[in-house]
Ligand binder design. Structure first.
Ligand SMILES: *Cc1c(COP(=O)(O)O)cnc(C)c1O
Length: 354
């Protein structure tokens, strides 16, 4: 046998990112996408940008960064953009952790955290969610070690939809050591309706060890274009730019993000409708006998443990694709009212047949 090119042995144990399935002819409620297509104004901005794709994009995405800084009321040097906020998650670990240092996060939470941590060569420390499927911030605090460099707090949490409230988060932030970065991953912020769920930007403005991640993929409906942003202390955004894959936020994404901010009110109105549907869907599921934690995101969580796969199969028989997390639960994205009705009917027949 001739020798083969070695690849990193530790990648053998890397968990796979499982994307929501797309099944032709079925309703996809598996990836927390917005059900509505792009607004005409956004589609036009994308079309205009295509005429210049022979040119590299603005490497720093400065027009978008300046615009975000204005809207978010933070200095531009506290804003960084990434090829989706999942890229910013990875950049944060790369920028903060050297080998043997730790990223801490709850489990179950966003499935990208273990992957980006391991790819960056850092160690992961996980803390189970509490009995209500919510971050156990006291336990997370207790899990911080001298090797901890960053803590992800996904708020609301993907995939459970649960959110930590203001008092609990403030108490946590007050106790986290000043040399540990708390990353508030707020990919679903625009769907939050409980005023007691704090806006992380408030903490990022006031504290030197807090970062906030947001994305254009969910509420703004640009999942296919890949652009997200972060607000963090200036020395952290400087480090993020150092580990940025050059030009990875493409020109169409930059143009679409700016056009989406122009159309913000219209897009946020869509989120209000989704949030109302979320509460309606949860109410129906509770009435049918399911356990469903209160969600502040655009999805609901069914902690079905060993019946998870069976439920997902049943939903697929009814032409609805949900996202099962084997042995744990099913995450169901809120779609249009018509799509949600098809899902609810599947959930009712599952309950009756069991
Ligand atoms: C979807 C999601 C993201 C990022 O999505 P991008 O498309 O990479 O911007 C980040 N965090 C959480 C928790 C998510 O669910």
């Amino acid at each position: 046998m001739p020798p083969t090119v070695p690849t990193r042995a530790d990648l053998e144990s890397l968990p796979k990112y499982v994307p929501g399935r797309t099944v032709t002819g079925a309703i996809k409620l598996a990836s927390n996408e917005a059900p509505g297509g792009p607004l005409p104004s956004v589609a036009e901005a994308i079309a205009r940008a295509t005429t210049e794709v022979n040119r590299y994009p603005d490497m720093g995405a400065w027009a978008l960064v300046d615009r975000l800084a204005n809207e978010l009321e933070v200095p531009a040097d506290m804003v960084a953009v990434g090829c989706g906020s999942v890229s910013l998650c990875q950049q944060l670990v790369q920028a903060l952790c050297t080998q043997g240092e730790q990223a801490l996060f709850a489990w179950r939470s966003f499935e990208a955290y273990p992957i980006v941590t391991q790819v960056a060569g850092a160690d992961q420390v996980t803390v189970p969610l509490d009995a209500t499927h919510t971050h156990d911030l006291d336990a997370m605090l207790a899990a911080i070690t001298p090797k901890t460099r960053l803590v992800f707090v996904c708020n609301p949490n993907n995939p459970t939809g649960t959110a930590v409230r203001r008092a609990a988060l403030e108490r946590f932030l007050d106790q986290v050591p000043a040399d540990v970065l708390v990353v508030l991953d707020e990919a679903y912020r625009e769907y939050v309706t409980d005023p007691d769920v704090p806006d992380g930007l408030q903490f990022a403005r006031e504290r030197d060890n807090v970062a906030v991640l947001r994305t254009f993929s969910k509420a703004y409906g640009l999942a296919g274009l890949r652009v997200g942003y972060g607000v963090a202390p200036a020395h952290v955004t400087t480090a993020l730019r150092k580990v940025y894959v050059p030009f990875s936020v493409n020109a169409l994404a930059q143009a679409a993000a700016i056009a989406s901010l122009d159309a913000r009110d219209e897009l946020l109105a869509r989120c209000t409708e989704i949030a109302a549907e979320r509460d309606r869907v949860r109410g129906e599921l509770l009435a049918t006998g399911y356990v469903v934690p209160e969600s502040q995101a655009n999805f609901v969580w069914l902690p079905l443990s060993e019946r998870t796969e069976e439920f997902a199969e049943h939903a697929l028989d009814s032409k609805v694709v949900v996202r099962p997390f084997a042995g744990d639960g099913v995450r169901v994205t809120i779609g249009t009212p018509e799509e949600n009705e098809v899902f609810l009917e599947a959930a009712r027949t599952f309950q009756r047949s069991s």
